[in-house]
Design a protein around this ligand. Structure first.
Ligand code: COS
Length: 396
């Protein structure tokens, strides 16, 4: 089976990371093939349950609530996503969403909210979701139109629509961002925990995508929730969203890395066994060039992903630029690595049921969700431009 190569020997990792990665890889190889694959809702529920029962979702919550580390350990999250993505896209998806759909609560939620929500997520008994995007506020988060207005002294009322919401339709709760109006733009948003069975919240439509997973448009129609369900202070929503994405963007890079590593593995095995022109595909120098380009792009992505994760874990308050670099490079590289894998496989590469065909569909959304590549470029360039010393941070 596909391996992480020598990644775990790199100085970014500690013994507990190696232990976690070995256990997860062994579990995934034996358990994932036996889980249902056909109906995406059932497949996701089964994966959340299995990951929770095996204890791996402890990586997605802080130690105070039964998690593995005091704060979310980004290297552990990245290893998990890389290992799962290399084997089973939906397993990666379900793992990631348990983290993304509670990251804001772990960072900024009240103790009571954490106590209420995190244990179920950790055990795979509660499915989490993150509801930020709207039809006209995907990249431009500050333009969101969903409103949160006071309703008496102890409640707020949410009205509007969120779309492309992963786990929409199967989640038990949504972390919802809405315009609460303290100020114009980014400073006037707040985050709220909304339970899926709250009156006024409905699934307006399910969305079918090229790599199927639960995705929906949510409608909020006078959806009344208690004020204590606010995550963070009034007007803190944009910062809560960005701080959550600072953690999870590196993990999207890690998932892309897992898909790319699997594609490279499939490429090498196919090139060494496929016979043509009196030898193997791998004897041809053009195939060797493709393999070399992919190997270089996989390693470059891995270094950026684990650099960003390590920087966050050792206490950096913000890793916005590092995480953006990791996501941008890992997802764009993975798209090219997988495209080469399809090309090397020839007709098989576009045949349903062949792994590289599945990877070709799986990778595409990662260059769009949690900040499209273009957004990552804006984030990286702005960071360098605002801090002209940014390129010379070191002392030497
Ligand atoms: N952590 C904490 N605070 C942050 C932050 C971060 N990573 N990034 C920005 N902020 C703060 C800024 O410091 C600024 O605070 P002040 O008003 O106190 O100065 C505030 O938030 C607004 O930031 P900014 O001016 O950069 O806001 P913009 O509207 O220009 O943001 C981008 C632009 C494109 C960077 C942002 O909208 C974004 O990331 N979009 C992509 C969203 C996304 O990932 N969507 C996918 C949804 S999940 S599938």
């Amino acid at each position: 089976m596909v391996s992480l190569g020598d990644t775990l020997d790199w100085p970014f990792f500690e013994a507990h990371h190696r232990d976690f990665a070995e256990k997860l890889a062994a579990w995934a190889d034996t358990t994932l093939p036996g889980l249902p694959h056909d109906d995406v809702d059932a497949a996701c529920r089964a994966r959340v349950k299995a990951l929770g029962e095996a204890g791996f979702l402890r990586a997605a919550v802080p130690a105070a609530h039964g998690g593995l580390h005091a704060a979310l350990d980004v290297r552990t999250l990245c290893l998990a996503r890389e290992i799962l993505a290399a084997r089973d896209g939906l397993a990666d998806f379900t793992f990631a969403m348990q983290g993304l759909g509670t990251g804001s609560i772990s960072i900024a939620g009240s103790d009571a909210m954490r106590l209420r929500i995190l244990p179920g997520v950790r055990d795979g008994k509660r499915i989490a979701a993150f509801a930020l995007s709207e039809k006209e506020a995907g990249s431009d988060v500050a333009a969101m139109a969903t409103t949160a207005t006071p309703d008496g002294n102890a409640h707020i009322r949410i009205d509007g629509e969120k779309t492309w919401i992963s786990n929409g339709g199967i989640a038990d709760h949504y972390v919802v961002f809405a315009r609460s109006g303290e100020a114009p733009g980014a400073r006037g948003l707040s985050a709220y925990l909304v339970e899926a069975d709250t009156p006024g919240l409905s699934i307006a439509e399910r969305i079918d995508v090229i790599a199927p997973h639960p995705l929906a448009t949510l409608r909020f129609d006078a959806c009344r929730i208690p004020l204590e369900n606010r995550i963070g202070g009034p007007g803190d929503g944009f910062k809560v969203a960005m701080a959550t994405l600072d953690i999870f963007r590196s993990t999207v890079g890690a998932a892309a890395l897992g898909f790319a590593r699997r594609a490279l593995h499939e490429t090498v095995s196919h090139a060494s066994s496929r016979k043509l022109f009196g030898g193997t595909l791998g004897d041809l120098q053009l195939s060797q060039a493709a393999i070399a380009d992919s190997a270089a792009e996989v390693d470059a992505a891995a270094l950026l992903v684990y650099r960003a994760a390590w920087t966050k874990d050792r206490g950096a308050a913000r890793v916005t630029r590092e995480a953006a670099l990791a996501k941008l490079v890992a997802t764009e590289n993975a798209q090219r690595v997988i495209d080469r894998a399809v090309q090397i496989h020839g007709g098989l590469g576009v045949t349903r049921g062949v792994k590289v065909e599945e990877l070709y569909r799986e990778i595409r959304a990662l260059r769009i969700y949690e900040g499209a590549s273009e957004v990552q470029k804006i984030v990286i360039a702005r960071d360098l431009l605002k801090n002209t010393d940014g390129q010379n941070k070191g002392k030497i």
